[in-house]
Design a protein around this ligand. Structure first.
Ligand code: CDP
Length: 222
């Protein structure tokens, strides 16, 4: 379908279905998908597991030198590895969600992960979702989408997704975490979440995932 190397950036608020969309789109047009949020989550998990204070920049730098993140496809599912351990389930836990945005606001963390993300897009086509993909990681991306949805609908969807993975939480906790992360992500100094002028904005509050995918495919195929 695409006849040249293509980078598709999908940015937006917490839990607005970016990764579901990105995965479905990647399958439809047969290109790789990278979940940049999973990388920030893996760093946050490392900090938790090693009881590190992420406010101490020397501890942060020592930790970053020891962190190795890669993705692999396991049983057809994009899976995140931290220092060669499969952490796909753990990085989705509420304990990681509770600190990930603070960790993602640390400039040294961003420098390391953004460099890795750019490397991934050097030779191959890919779809990457996150917060700063169209604004910072790939400012020259071929397509930039900015996804948004009503916060309560986002929290409901995330709650269902967590339950589906056997992770119990309450609507209130999920909703508060989502608002907290949106606030940090949009107000941090380094590469905040912003809507770039050249991004196509999609509010999916009322859209099914199939309708959203069809809309995006029609834009890409134009
Ligand atoms: O899926 P969800 O919306 O919960 O978030 P995610 O994509 O897994 O990202 C987790 C967190 O990582 C976000 O709340 C951001 O704080 C951070 N993040 C970021 O700062 N920059 C990115 N490119 C991707 C994620």
């Amino acid at each position: 379908m695409l006849n040249k190397k293509t980078i598709i950036a999908i940015d937006g608020y917490s839990s607005c279905g970016k990764s579901t969309l990105a995965k479905d789109l990647a399958k439809s047009i047969n290109i790789a998908y990278v979940d940049s949020g999973a990388m920030y989550r893996a760093v946050a998990l490392y900090f938790i597991d090693n009881s590190l204070k992420f406010t101490d920049s020397s501890e942060v730098n020592i930790a970053l030198a020891k962190i190795n993140i890669h993705f692999d496809i396991i049983d057809g599912v994009n899976t995140t590895f931290l220092n060669n351990n499969n952490v796909e389930k753990e990085i989705r836990s509420p304990k990681v969600a509770s600190i990930v945005s603070e960790v993602a606001a640390i400039p040294e963390v961003r420098t390391k992960l953004v460099a890795l993300q750019r490397e991934m897009g050097e030779t191959n086509s890919l779809i990457m979702d996150g917060r700063d993909i169209g604004s910072n990681v790939f400012p020259n991306a071929d397509f930039k989408f900015f996804i948004t949805a009503d916060p309560k609908v986002r929290a409901e969807r995330r709650l269902l997704e967590l339950r589906g993975k056997g992770i119990e939480s309450s609507f209130e906790d999920v909703f508060n975490n989502l608002k907290h992360r949106d606030h940090i992500d949009t107000t941090r100094k380094t590469n905040p979440l912003i809507q770039t002028k050249d991004a196509i904005v999609i509010d999916n509050t009322e859209l099914t995932k199939e309708a959203q995918l069809a809309l995006i495919l029609s834009i890409i195929n134009k």
